[in-house]
Design a protein around this ligand. Structure first.
Ligand code: ATP
Length: 400
């Protein structure tokens, strides 16, 4: 079942506050049988979008289609939706079997047929052997599967999952998200998966929709969105460790950070913001991008070099969110906190220094054997570097 969101908008109005545009003009088509991840920071409008799709919230503007059917005026119970929340709210006094069969009572399915259906779905989600247990006798992951089975038992046209893994511990989250992917493939139900966890969205989704302040920032396959972010927000939101952000400029067809030439870039001269993924650096003898390594962390084959640099964007912890207009020059403060390179015995904890100073991360092969205090020269892999307009944050493309 294809889902179309057309010009979908939700404005909340309250007497005490100004109006809040929670969802702003969403235009998305989710092809039949696909799993789309709705991803964005807290408050970006993910849940509001989901509630409009399932009919619990009425859009201020716009329409929702399931296939060719305009479901905007259709009440929730008639939309054919399976819904799973973070708090999966099973009935504690009922067995797994009764919990799964509960939605069938409303549609008065024949008991025998209902039992078979419940058993089939329970087998599909891997809890077929637990049908007579009560929820309290199940692990968190098993409970979540019961919730998924309950959502699937009525053969919904659309499956909506709102942060379904948030209550599970790290290992179980990993396992359950793979399970969800498998179940979704096997059932072929068009699914929307809401999460603020980029890794979760990237691993599970056929395509992700990145939202910020109710506005779509980018829609695409996870790798595509990671490798080709449309704007600075998307570049910063995806990736762990996060992308490094530098103040830079385009000058005579070259990209410059400080006084280092980073590479060719044919575009009009201008100030720009440059994002470079940590894995985008290569150690290269012939480069003008020379830096002093402050800290080194080696995990397996990879070494992460932590490097102070005056052109790195000030870490967010230094910015005062209340005072956007009137920014203090935080570089001076960062300098104060930065370790004095001559004073090696100074007592500071590395963690504090990493957080307070303007530093960036470069992941290189451990074989280089880089040590703290070494000076290295970097070249930058062009496809791991992204150039954005300094004011708008939109991608700057090189002239063809
Ligand atoms: P989270 O990940 O924290 O659940 P979200 O992305 O799901 O966030 P929403 O719950 O959709 O975000 O909220 C989007 C915006 O709309 C927020 O600014 C929120 O404060 C606002 N909002 C949500 N519900 C209401 C409401 N009933 N009245 C007023 N504002 C609301």
């Amino acid at each position: 079942m294809e889902i179309t969101l057309q010009n979908l908008t939700k404005v909340f109005q309250s007497k005490k506050e100004d109006e809040v545009v929670a969802v702003d003009n969403l235009d998305i088509v989710i092809p039949s049988g696909k799993l789309y991840g709705l991803l964005g920071p807290s408050g970006c409008g993910k849940s509001t979008t989901l509630f409009m799709i399932c009919g619990l919230l009425k859009p201020t503007e716009g329409r929702i289609f399931f296939g060719n059917e305009d479901v905007t005026p259709v009440p929730p119970e008639e939309r054919g939706i399976g819904l799973v929340f973070q708090n999966y709210a099973l009935y504690p006094h009922m067995t797994v079997k009764q919990n799964i069969m509960f939605p069938l009572e409303n549609i008065k399915m024949d008991k025998k047929e209902g039992l078979k259906k419940a058993q089939d779905i329970a087998d599909l989600v891997g809890i077929g052997h637990l049908m007579n247990r009560k929820p309290a006798q199940l692990s968190g992951g098993q409970q979540q599967r019961v919730a998924i089975a309950r959502a699937l038992v009525k053969s919904p046209r659309v499956l909506l999952l709102d942060e379904p893994l948030s209550n599970l511990d790290a290992r179980l989250r990993l396992q359950t998200r793979e399970e969800i992917k498998r179940i979704q493939r096997e059932t072929g139900i068009t699914t929307i998966f809401v999460t603020h966890d980029q890794e979760e969205a990237m691993s599970i989704s056929d395509e992700i929709v990145v939202l910020d302040e109710g506005v779509t920032q980018q829609v695409g396959r996870p790798q595509e969105v990671y490798n080709k972010p449309n704007n600075l927000f998307v570049a910063k939101f995806l990736g762990t460790p996060p992308i490094n952000i530098f103040d830079g400029r385009i000058e005579d067809g070259r990209l410059i950070i400080g006084d280092a030439n980073i590479g060719k870039f044919e575009a009009p001269d201008q100030e720009v913001t440059i994002g470079i993924r940590p894995e985008g650096f290569k150690i290269a003898e012939r480069s003008s991008f020379q830096v002093d390594v402050e800290f080194v962390e080696t995990i397996g084959r990879d070494t992460t070099l932590i490097i102070e640099h005056p052109n790195v964007e000030t870490p967010e912890s230094f910015e005062d969110p209340e005072d956007d207009e009137d920014k203090v020059d935080t570089s001076a403060i960062a300098d104060e906190f930065a370790p004095d390179t001559d004073d090696k015995d100074m007592d500071f904890t590395p963690k504090q220094s990493i957080r307070s100073a303007k530093t960036f991360r470069a992941i290189v092969d451990a074989d280089y054997g880089v040590e703290p205090g070494d000076t290295v020269k970097f070249s930058v892999k062009p496809h791991k570097m992204h150039v954005f307009n300094k004011e708008t944050g939109e991608l700057v493309k090189p002239d063809a």
